[in-house]
Design a protein around this ligand. Structure first.
Ligand SMILES: N[C@@H](CCC(=O)N[C@@H](CS)C(=O)NCC(=O)O)C(=O)O
Length: 210
């Protein structure tokens, strides 16, 4: 049994979607970041960077933070959703790192400046939105002629999809990125994604573009 510490955010949903996909039993614990619960000393012992998501796997006596590390751990534990070897193994890690180093931090800044602090810094809004649009273009080109980021559905898709699900916060029209739109809608229909999206609790329906 795995304990998942999470909240209804893109980084949190990566891990709940993964747990649903690989069908590992888990218990979800809410860490309300709106109430600074991520700063509680007992949570810090599990997640020393004060952020969700984090897991505790009692079977292996391990606590892990950082969504990318957790996805790799769960793929390794189950032998699912990342090729075990060969080029696809490294492509999966490559696109997972692309999400962790690019999409997550940049889209997060778009949310911070353009959605929640609009007007405070025109420079920052423009800088991060332009970079987000560049990343959408990269994703769109990667998905040209390909169903998923690495041929088979993998942790690279699971890491990226929850950030794209906030396309409205980013003022992105997915009709400008038709490969992304097709990929996004298809993944949104997966039952495991729908279940994982609602962990630790239902916030809203998954947005679906016209
Ligand atoms: N690189 C980390 C980022 C985690 C992260 O930013 N979590 C956010 C929620 S999505 C959080 O806990 N924010 C609370 C805070 O910054 O105090 C990961 O991928 O796990």
């Amino acid at each position: 049994m795995i304990d998942l510490y999470t909240w209804g955010t893109p980084n949190g949903r990566k891990v709940s979607i993964m747990l649903e996909e690989v069908e590992l039993p888990y218990t979800a614990h809410s860490v309300n970041i709106g109430k600074d619960e991520q700063l509680a000393p007992e949570f810090l012992r599990i997640s020393p960077n004060n952020k969700i998501p984090a897991i505790v796997d009692k079977e292996n006596d391990i606590a892990l933070m950082e969504s990318g590390a957790i996805l790799l751990y769960l793929a390794n534990k189950t032998g699912k959703l990342l090729a075990c070897n060969g080029e696809d193994h490294w492509r999966g890690i490559e696109w997972l790192m692309w999400q962790m180093g690019g999409v997550g931090p940049i889209f997060g800044q778009v949310h911070h400046f353009s959605k929640f602090n609009s007007g405070v810094s025109e420079y920052a809004e423009e800088r991060y939105l332009n970079e987000a649009k560049r990343l959408y273009k990269v994703l769109n080109e990667r998905l040209e002629g390909r169903s998923y980021l690495v041929d088979d559905y993998s942790i690279a898709d699971i890491a990226t999809w929850p950030w794209v699900s906030r396309y409205e916060w980013q003022m992105i029209d997915l009709n400008d990125y038709l490969n992304v739109k097709r990929w996004y809608i298809e993944i949104a229909q997966r039952p495991a994604v729908q279940r994982g999206y609602d962990v630790p609790s239902h916030v809203n329906e998954i947005p679906i573009p016209d």
